[in-house]
Design a protein around this ligand. Structure first.
Ligand code: NAP
Length: 254
């Protein structure tokens, strides 16, 4: 019987994993449902579980035998829920997290720990900011006046910012097109999460080329437990039962 695998998805890596693991496991990919639905093998379920308890109940009801959390590095809540639920349901958990970007010569990164810190620092750094932090985080920048924002989102939206233009777009974005976009709009500051991976790295390379500062919000701490940063390593884990220890904890641990 193939292993019953739940992939927590919503990323290019999760889709790549579902494709690579097809035929080796009985796969269900879970999506939050806020973006599009990829074309991938296996079942797709959409929407939240109702917290860690709900996810734990789902794992038991579906007889899930392994979970790979391949969510975005900034999706900290679902990752914490996965850790708690897998521990409670005694299901092995692996985190697949794309590698972080590394600073290169010429990069002018101003690194901050939180979105709130980015909001505080931003007004002193630029007047025409390219804001690429995702729809869920844009509202944090509402108190800022005297800065025009070019905001890239998956789809057009009305935002609570004083002065802005939305450009809809979906990764991947090439460095040359990013450079042209920033030049066309007279951008003097890029605001980015430290998401990592290749699909959104173009703006980082373009900012370096243009000599622009980048207000970079660092990733939240990684979840505890087993972690890999490539699809290949995740497949190795799937095929090596001895490498799948269960981290025991209780749901009321912090
Ligand atoms: P989050 O803050 O960690 O999660 C918020 C809630 O959304 C969770 O508590 C859970 O609801 C539900 N959820 C999140 N991911 C889910 C999944 N894969 N399947 C089922 N339910 C899920 O997450 P987020 O930052 O809003 O991200 C949502 C999704 O978008 C994730 O799948 C992530 O991979 C993807 N994404 C996020 C970012 C980002 O910058 N944050 C960027 C690109 C893609 P319940 O508590 O009800 O279970």
């Amino acid at each position: 019987m193939p292993l019953k695998l739940l992939i927590l998805g919503g990323t290019a890596e999760a889709a790549a994993l579902a494709r690579a693991a097809a035929g080796r496991a009985e796969i269900t990919t879970s999506l939050a449902g806020r973006a599009g639905v990829p074309t991938i093998p296996g079942r797709i379920r959409i929407g939240g579980f109702g917290g860690a308890d709900g996810l734990g109940a789902y794992l038991r009801a579906e007889g899930i035998e392994a979970v790979i959390d391949a969510t975005h590095p900034f999706a900290a809540r679902i990752s914490a829920h996965a850790a708690a639920a897998c521990a409670a349901a005694v299901v092995p958990l692996l985190t697949l997290r794309r590698p972080d970007w590394t600073r290169q010569a010429g990069d002018r990164w101003i690194e901050v720990e939180t979105m709130a810190e980015a909001v505080t620092r931003l007004p002193g750094l630029g007047r025409r900011a390219f804001l690429t932090v995702g729809a869920g985080e844009v509202a944090a920048f509402a108190p800022i006046r005297d800065v025009w924002f070019l905001v890239r989102l998956l789809k057009d939206a009305s935002l609570p910012l004083a002065d802005y233009t939305v450009i809809p777009g979906r990764p991947p974005f090439a460095a040359e097109a990013e450079r042209a976009l920033m030049t066309e709009h007279g951008i003097d500051l890029l605001v980015s999460k430290a998401s990592g991976g290749g699909a959104t790295y173009g703006k980082i390379a373009a900012a370096r080329r243009l000599g622009l500062p980048v207000l970079m919000i660092r990733r939240p701490p990684p979840p505890a437990g087993n972690s890999v940063d490539t699809v290949e390593a995740a497949l190795d884990w799937l095929e090596s039962p001895q490498d799948r220890p269960v981290v025991r904890a209780t749901l009321d641990e912090p």
